[in-house]
Design a protein around this ligand. Structure first.
Ligand code: FAD
Ligand code: NAI
Length: 456
């Protein structure tokens, strides 16, 4: 058992084989790494994070329902079962040179035969003044930790004697910008923390802690069915979460945000904690690559790929997940399916090369014909096809919503039973049995002992 769990017992990098450099250790790259056959390739991973993060449960870490360590898995653990050693470099790729087929990491360069780009996207701010400086994002482990710490900071500061009622109200006003799934799930988790724990530990403040969600469009969760949007909005109302739709944030200042109200007039909203969840934008690395290929890369939203995930305008580069601009939503589901598909495609490419050689070496006509038939089969690489498994979102008070494909249509459901489904779906999708055991333990701990209110 143990022998297979360490690079010492894996085959070494083979200079006669082609090298695939994989950028990123998120949903797309990790799913690729899990499925790639290292018998045929050398694989090198470059990512500033040396772990995979299970993002769907990240909002639970902002209030301590789940510990961040329960949701991460080191890349080296993931690749330890491969037949050949996978090199992992904890670094950010800062440049991709398509002419020399090299990438730049810190002070050195790495050569690739194939490059797989799975660097995801970064937080969208629309260039709105003050967002980077005063807002908290929710994308990475450290974002969840920062939100948790900032929240407790606001509450402890508000509990301090001798402050004006206005200042206490400001400190206890938690504002979420963006009514997509990230903003909604964060508001829901915060509500649960408030009701289950904070109101008992800070009885003098409990009634004063307010949650407000600001969304520029007509309603929250535009990707969900109308019925589930209404259900979420009415559940938030019951939970005393204020929703301002058709309200656009124009500027973020140290203690308040400037918004444009539905009637077009400006207003200010004071806040203690501001969580900014307005979606994704392209990373600088990707912007630079797009600029290098002006004839084939024409969309600023991300990398354009063909139906086989090959970067348009190149032969050896593939891109997947949130870094790409496709007809699919930027979700973990899409990224994971693309990663798995691409590993299969690479297997077929390796088989093609192998069979091509074997055809040349065939000693009889019959053998040659048989090999050629096999070669035709592996040359027929099917394009990527996404299979949507449904959308889920937690909305607080042990309720979740689900839009699930059924036959030619869709089934929508919301409530406590859907939450049970939400939990089982995420538990079964977690990366490893280790992650599963840790998350279940965290849930049990929360039920029995409540959430921890210490400031880290
Ligand atoms: P990521 O998972 O973001 O991974 C990108 C990787 O690239 C990271 O390892 C990063 O460190 C690395 N990287 C960045 N820059 C560089 C560089 N220059 N060089 C090398 N590596 C680099 N989707 C769902 O389908 N269901 C959900 O329930 C869901 N919940 C979510 C909850 C939250 C809070 C968030 C933020 C997202 C959620 N998503 C969900 C969306 C989902 O997480 C993304 O669509 C998914 O992570 C995209 O995968 P990716 O591999 O393209 O990018
Ligand atoms: P999003 O792009 O889905 O939503 C962002 C929201 O912010 C939009 O509704 C937009 O109108 C609003 N907005 C933008 N600028 C604004 C402004 N200035 N003022 C007020 N509102 C503004 O982003 P999100 O939620 O981060 O999701 C990103 C991706 O990750 C999506 O594809 C989503 O489906 C996926 N995801 C899925 C989850 C799930 O399935 N449970 C959970 C979290 C994310």
């Amino acid at each position: 058992m143990w022998e297979q769990r360490n690079p010492v017992f894996q085959a070494e990098i083979d200079p006669s084989k082609k090298t695939i450099v994989v950028l990123g250790s998120g949903w797309a790259s990790t799913s690729f790494l899990k499925a790639i056959d290292t018998d045929h390739y050398n694989v090198v991973v470059v990512s500033p994070r040396n772990y995979f993060l299970f993002t769907p449960l990240l909002p639970s870490c902002t209030v301590g329902t789940i510990d961040v360590r329960s949701l991460i898995e080191p890349v080296r653990f993931i690749t330890r079962h491969k037949s050949r050693e996978v090199r992992v470099y904890e670094a950010e790729c800062t440049d991709i040179d398509t002419d020399t087929k090299t990438i730049t990491i810190t002070v050195s360069t790495l050569a690739y035969d194939y490059l797989v780009i799975g660097v995801g996207a970064q937080n969208q701010t629309f260039g709105i003044k003050g967002v980077e400086q005063y807002g908290c994002f929710l994308k990475e482990v450290w974002d969840a930790q920062k939100i948790r710490s900032k929240l407790m900071d606001c509450i402890e500061t508000a509990a301090f004697p001798g402050q004006s009622p206005e200042e206490i109200d400001r400190l206890l006003h938690m504002v979420v910008v963006g009514g997509g799934p990230t903003g909604v799930e964060y508001a829901a988790e915060l509500h649960d923390f408030l009701v289950d724990d904070l109101s008992s530990w800070y009885p003098e403040l409990a009634g004063k802690i307010k949650i407000t969600l600001v969304e520029a469009l007509l309603n929250l969760l535009p990707a969900f069915s109308k019925q589930l949007i209404e259900y979420t909005e009415s559940t938030f109302k019951e939970q005393n979460i204020t929703i301002h739709t058709k309200t656009m944030v124009k500027e973020v200042r140290e203690k308040d945000i400037v918004v444009q109200k539905p009637d077009g007039t400006p207003d200010t909203i004071p806040y203690g904690l501001l969580v900014w969840a307005t979606g994704n934008t392209t990373r600088p690395l990707i912007k630079n690559l797009i600029a290098r290929l002006p004839e084939t890369q024409t969309i600023r939203r991300g990398l354009e790929v063909d139906d086989w995930l090959r970067l348009k305008g190149t032969e050896e580069i593939f891109a997947l997940g949130d870094a790409t601009a496709t007809k699919y939503a930027p979700t973990a589901q899409v990224a994971a399916q693309q990663g798995k598909y691409l590993a299969r495609l690479f297997h077929q490419l390796a088989m093609q090369e192998l069979l091509q050689n074997e055809v040349g070496l065939a000693s009889t006509d019959a053998e040659k014909v048989a090999k050629e038939r096999k070669l035709r089969k592996v040359k027929d690489i099917k394009p990527f096809k996404y299979s949507h498994q449904g959308s889920l979102c937690y909305i607080g008070s042990d309720k979740a919503i689900a839009d699930l494909p059924f036959g030619q249509g869709n089934v929508s459901s919301g409530g406590v039973a859907t939450y049970a489904f939400w939990r089982s779906a995420y538990i079964s999708n977690l990366f490893s049995s280790r992650n599963r055991a840790l998350v279940i333990t965290d849930w049990l701990k929360k039920t029995v002992l409540g959430r921890d209110i210490s400031r880290e």
